[in-house]
Design a protein around this ligand. Structure first.
Ligand code: 1GP
Length: 247
């Protein structure tokens, strides 16, 4: 079954969790360990990518190790046209909708499209929107950040993503953000569209995960919490339980 169909089937029935692994942040072996424990903690998919560019070989090695260690499906979340591996199950073929730089809106997509097609992996068109504070992706992606409380602009961006045919929309506060996107902003965006809404950035506690889930996120992404934890399983399991406990 395609990942997009699994996501659509889950929508409204159960919340999904994705663990973000940035190949630039640790060794291939450590990435495998994070993925394995994330799977044990109840995570549904592993996202592989980030804003710091790494070679295709590094992404290849990470994807292979993550799949071997966890058995979970992998989705590429590329920060550039190089960060693509044919070993992944799918790729978020994404556009950073609020970038000032055309490279992130349509440039990398054009330069990688024929290569991605040749790999034959599942492609999932995704609208990516970066909110304050944006962190590294806000800077590298040259984003006109959406204000944390700007429900109007958030709703307009997700509506545009839906009309452009994006299958998913991702509301991003930036990896390591001190706070996640406020529930009221998530709620407004969620009410605007019928496509699944992904929320990530700054979610580090069970109560934060529950609040984001309750506000309407269909999919919740965490990254930093597993990268920094002394016990990945012990830190992730309560977060995933909290977000999945919301119906
Ligand atoms: C970044 O939304 C993800 O793309 C994850 O953010 O590292 O803050 O969990 P954190």
């Amino acid at each position: 079954m395609k990942i997009i169909d699994e996501i659509l089937e889950a929508k409204g029935k159960k919340k999904l969790h994705m663990t973000l692994i940035d190949p630039a942040s640790q060794s291939v072996e450590k990435s495998g360990k994070i993925a394995k424990e994330a799977g044990m903690a109840g995570s549904d998919y592993i996202l592989i990518g980030g804003s710091t560019s790494v070679s295709g070989q590094m992404v290849d090695a990470t994807v292979v190790e993550v799949k071997k260690a966890s058995g979970l499906k992998t989705i590429l979340f590329p920060g550039s046209a190089e960060m693509i591996s044919g070993h992944a199950d799918a790729i978020f073929f994404m556009s950073l909708l609020n970038s000032r730089n055309i490279k992130f809106i349509m440039g990398y997509q054009v330069s990688s499209a024929r290569f991605v097609k040749s790999l034959g992996i599942e492609t999932i068109p995704m609208g990516y929107i970066v909110f304050e504070p944006g962190m590294t992706v806000g800077k590298v992606g040259e984003a006109n950040l959406v204000g944390r409380e700007d429900r109007n602009l958030a709703s307009s961006y997700v509506a545009a993503a839906e009309l452009l045919g994006m299958r998913l929309v991702y509301l991003e506060a930036g990896s390591g953000a001190p706070q996640h996107i406020p529930p009221e902003t998530i709620d407004a965006a969620k009410r605007e569209v019928s496509i699944p809404v992904i929320v990530g950035g700054g979610i580090r506690t069970p109560s934060a995960a529950e609040a984001v889930s309750r506000a309407g996120a269909d999919i919740i992404v965490t990254g930093t919490v597993a990268e920094r934890a002394s016990s990945i399983l012990d830190s992730l399991a309560p977060i995933i339980r909290a977000l999945k406990g919301v119906s």
